[in-house]
Design a protein around this ligand. Structure first.
Ligand SMILES: Nc1ncnc2c1ncn2[C@@H]1O[C@H](COP(=O)(O)OP(=O)(O)OP(=O)(O)O)[C@@H](O)[C@H]1O
Length: 337
């Protein structure tokens, strides 16, 4: 009687546990379908990119005129960016700096058409950004940010998705991994580039199968997870961008603080190799670490409270002793004083 009643109790407990999880599971399924049905708020234009006469790898010319933007539903007392105007010539290396919340990432998001300005105009290669077909624009832009995630795929596939034409080309994938400093961490894994990071739970071992050794071995192989550190994750994500740069279609490369978790050598190498991969394309970096980049920049843009407060080159801005010089000197003083 005792065995039977405790078994009955277990059964009820597992039913009640299952029921507790049911609403969450249903909500997840619902949010999946909401996402699938979600309409893109940014209408696609009809002009193909690059516009006739422009060749890929020539870089993208950008003209921003009086652009302001506020995030929908934001309770902030000021716009995320206010009345920003800026001209970037095709092929320039631009570095955007400024304090937290000054609008750097927002400006990049507008340039890659993740959002549309509330007012003002952004022109790419002479045409307003909204005139272009969005898919063409996406194909012409490589955007590397901290928001990128690893997908539940192999390391090779995680890198390969950067350039779909070459997604099976292991030589290109390995080259991209080397450029991003990710080859060392891939070597640590038993299955190398075939390792699946953050695997989706695809199988469940039933109680009855637990005595079957061959099945258990197969199951363990499938579900074994390999984790990476924050810096290692950033290296794999950067490798995806290098893979993307192997495509001849890329005209604009935007890089938003991709190195926060990298060690100093990794960060220095990443910036240097991204610069080397420019080949005439326009490249825009957002960074808080000045040393590796601003000295090479054709144009430094310094932002504060949603506005551009200064533009120029490293030497010029240091001489003018404004916001850029203030931020630079704070960093430099840590090493000189
Ligand atoms: N998704 C969002 N929804 C609402 N407000 C946002 C959102 N993202 C940013 N903001 C606000 O917009 C302003 C500009 O933010 P942005 O991320 O562009 O600054 P940033 O200069 O890139 O900052 P950081 O150096 O911290 O990355 C900030 O006031 C911020 O709080």
């Amino acid at each position: 009687l005792q065995t039977a009643s405790s078994s009955l109790q277990d059964t009820f407990e597992s039913i009640s546990m299952g029921l507790k999880e049911l609403p969450t599971a249903v909500a997840r399924v619902k949010s999946f379908y909401t996402l699938v049905d979600m309409k893109n708020e940014l209408a696609s234009g009809f002009t193909s990119y690059p516009p006739p006469g422009n060749k890929a790898k020539e870089g993208m010319a950008i003209n921003i005129k009086n652009v302001s933007f506020t995030y929908k539903g934001s309770q902030a007392s000021r716009d995320a960016i206010t009345d920003v105007s800026l001209s970037i010539r095709a092929g320039q290396l631009v570095v955007i700096v400024g304090a937290n919340g000054s609008g750097k990432s927002t400006l990049l998001r507008l340039l890659v058409r993740l959002y549309a300005p509330v007012s003002g105009v952004i022109e790419l290669d002479g045409h307003p950004i909204e005139e272009y077909n969005v898919n063409d624009l996406r194909r012409a832009i490589a955007h590397l940010s901290q928001d990128h995630k690893l997908l539940p795929l192999s390391v090779a596939e995680n890198i390969g998705v950067g350039c779909l034409e070459k997604s099976d080309d292991m030589t290109a994938i390995k080259d991209a991994a080397v450029l991003a400093g990710a080859e060392g961490l891939v070597k640590k894994f038993e299955r190398g580039f075939e390792t699946v990071l953050t695997p989706a739970g695809t199988a469940q071992m039933s109680f009855n199968a637990s005595g079957n050794e061959a099945l258990t071995a197969e199951f363990n192989k499938m579900e074994k997870s390999a984790d990476v550190s924050g810096g290692e994750r950033q290296r794999i994500v950067a490798a995806r961008t290098f893979m993307r740069l192997f495509s001849d279609d890329i005209n604009l490369v935007t890089v938003d603080e991709p190195s926060s978790a990298l060690d100093p050598q990794g960060e220095c190498e990443l910036f240097q190799r991204l610069r080397n991969a420019r080949h005439g394309r326009t490249m825009i970096f957002v960074t808080h670490r000045f040393g590796h980049l601003t000295k090479y920049a054709d144009l430094i843009v310094c932002m504060k409270d949603g506005k551009i407060v200064e533009t120029g080159t490293h030497d010029g801005l240091l001489k003018s002793a404004g916001e850029y010089a203030r931020l630079y000197n704070i960093q430099a003083s840590a090493f000189t004083s």
